[in-house]
Design a protein around this ligand. Structure first.
Ligand code: ADP
Ligand code: MG
Length: 343
C-alpha cells in the first residue's frame, strides 16, 4: 500500500498507538531541526512553515531547477556522505549558473531507509558548506522514509533579468564557444569505480575529486548576462550538451580538439580514451557558453577575478552539425555520444 501524500505522519491514523506516533513525529521533526534547519538570511522565511518566502529583486525573474539523485544510479551507496551532500547541491547550482542566475535558496527532499546520525551529519555538513559558499541557503524540503535506498531531490531557486538570461537558443553565428574548468576527469573516475578500466589507485586519486565534488562556476556565471549569449552546464558530455545549444539556436559549431581543456590527470593516458572522456564524458558541471568575439577580454578578466579557468574552444557557424577539427584533419562527428537515461 502506498503512503498517502501529506498524511504519512499518520494524522488520521487513530489505531496507531500514541507513543508510536510520537516516535515518528519526534524522529522526523528532530531530524529536520537538527540537520536541516539553519537561520534564514534577513528578509527570508526559512524552514519551519508551510512554505518558505523569498524576496526576488525588482526587474528579475525567479529561475528554478531540480535534480534527482538515486542511490545506485547517480551515486554509490558507500560514497562519502559529505561529498554526496556537496554534489546534491552542486549539480543544481550548475543549472542556475547555466542561466546566469544568482542563487537565492534551495529545497532538499530526502528519502532515507533509516536514521543514521553519522551519515546525516556528514551529508548535512557537505550540503550546508556549499550552500553557504554559494549563498544558496536551504529554506525547506521534505523528509520521508524510503523502502529501499536513498533518494535525494534538490530544487534551486535563483534570480536573473529575464531578457539577459543565458538561454540555449541565444547562440549567434560568429560567437566564440567557451568552456569553464577542465574536461574528462569525472568520467575517468567513474570508469575506474565501475571497473571499466584496470585498477589504478593513483589515477583514481587524481580524478575522484572531479566526480564527487564538482564545483560549478556560480560566481563567474552571474556576471555573464549581458556579455555572453547562450550557455548550459555540461552534465551528459560536451558533444551531447553542445548539441542542445546548436539545436535550440538553429546553428552549427566547429571545435578545435587540441584547444579543449583536458584535465591534467588525463595526460599520458591512451589517446582514444582521453578523447572519449573529453568529448562524451558526463558529470562535469562546468559551463559551455557562447559569446561575441568582441568580449574576449571581458570574459578573461571576469574569469581571472573569479579564479576560474576559461578556454575558447571553437565557434558557432551557420552550417548545422558539430564538426571537431582533429590534429591535421577535419572529421565530422555524426554520433552525438553522451549519457541518456533511456537509451
Ligand atoms: P509538510 O507537512 O508541509 O510536508 P513537513 O512537516 O514535511 O511539512 O516539514 C516541516 C518543515 O520542515 C517545512 O518547513 C519543510 O520545508 C521543512 N523540511 C522538511 N524536510 C526538510 C529537509 N530535508 N530539508 C530542509 N527543510 C525540510
Ligand atoms: Mg513534508
Amino acid at each position: 500500500m502506498f503512503a498517502r501524500l501529506k498524511s504519512r505522519r499518520l494524522r488520521g491514523a487513530s489505531r496507531t498507538p500514541l507513543n508510536a506516533l510520537e516516535g515518528v513525529l519526534n524522529s522526523e521533526f528532530g531530524l529536520i531541526a537538527r540537520y536541516f534547519t539553519r537561520p534564514a538570511p534577513p528578509g527570508f522565511l526559512g524552514v519551519g512553515d508551510d512554505c518558505a518566502l523569498l524576496p526576488v529583486a525588482a526587474g528579475h525573474h525567479l529561475a528554478t531547477s531540480t535534480d534527482l539523485l538515486i542511490e545506485g544510479r547517480h551515486f554509490f551507496a558507500d560514497v562519502d556522505p559529505a561529498a554526496l551532500g556537496h554534489k546534491s547541491l552542486a549539480v543544481n547550482l550548475s543549472d542556475l549558473a547555466a542561466m546566469g542566475a544568482q542563487p537565492l535558496a534551495c529545497l532538499l527532499s530526502l528519502s532515507i531507509p533509516k536514521i543514521d546520525d553519522n551519515w546525516l551529519q556528514r551529508f548535512a555538513d557537505g550540503f550546508h558548506a556549499l550552500a553557504q559558499a554559494s549563498a544558496c541557503p536551504l529554506v525547506g524540503g521534505d523528509t520521508v522514509k524510503s523502502l529501499s535506498g536513498i533518494v535525494i531531490s534538490v530544487t534551486v531557486m535563483g534570480q536573473v533579468k529575464p531578457q539577459l538570461a543565458l538561454r540555449r537558443s541565444a547562440a549567434r553565428v560568429g560567437d566564440d564557444i567557451w568552456i569553464t574548468g577542465t574536461l574528462g576527469a569525472a568520467d575517468i573516475a567513474l570508469r575506474l569505480l565501475q571497473n571499466r578500466l584496470p585498477v589504478n589507485p593513483s589515477l583514481l586519486a587524481a580524478t575522484r575529486h572531479a566526480l564527487e565534488r564538482p564545483l560549478p562556476p556560480w560566481h563567474f556565471a552571474q556576471q555573464l548576462p549581458g556579455i555572453a549569449h547562450a550557455a548550459l552546464d555540461i552534465s551528459d558530455g560536451l558533444m551531447q550538451d553542445l548539441g542542445h545549444i546548436l539545436k535550440a539556436s538553429d546553428c552549427g559549431a566547429e571545435l578545435v580538439y587540441n584547444a579543449l581543456p583536458v584535465a591534467a590527470a588525463l595526460h599520458g593516458l591512451d589517446d582514444e580514451l582521453v578523447q572519449d572522456a573529453v568529448l562524451s564524458g558526463g558529470d562535469v558541471y562546468q559551463l559551455c557558453f557562447t559569446a561575441p568575439t568582441d568580449v574576449r577580454a571581458s570574459i578573461e578578466a571576469l574569469a581571472q577575478g573569479a579564479s576560474i579557468q576559461v578556454t575558447r574552444v571553437g565557434s558557432i557557424v551557420a552550417q548545422p552539425g558539430l564538426r571537431i577539427k582533429g590534429p591535421g584533419s577535419t572529421f565530422i562527428v555524426t554520433k552525438q555520444a553522451g549519457f541518456d537515461h533511456f537509451s
